[in-house]
Structures are given as structure tokens and as C-alpha cells.
Design a protein. Structure first.
Length: 44
């Protein structure tokens, strides 16, 4: 039972990691686009 739970946690972390890196690349893509457009809107 505990082993199964541990596996689920690891899977969740992997999923979160993948989603996070996708989000990061999306943000940097938006940042690059804004640079190209020469807008002075700052993303946090």
C-alpha cells in the first residue's frame, strides 16, 4: 500500500515537472515575443 502511494507521488512529481517546464518555455516564448514587439510590459 505504502509502495503504491510512493509511486503515485513520484508520478505526480514527474507530471508537475513536465507541466512546469512547459509553463517555463511558454513564459520565455511570450517574453521573447514581447522583446520582438519592443513593448515595455514587464512580466514578473
Amino acid at each position: 500500500m505504502a509502495q503504491e502511494c510512493k509511486g503515485n507521488v513520484i508520478e505526480s512529481i514527474k507530471m508537475f515537472g513536465a507541466a512546469y517546464s512547459m509553463f517555463q518555455s511558454l513564459l520565455s516564448g511570450i517574453h521573447l515575443k514581447k522583446k520582438e514587439l519592443h513593448t515595455d510590459v514587464d512580466l514578473p
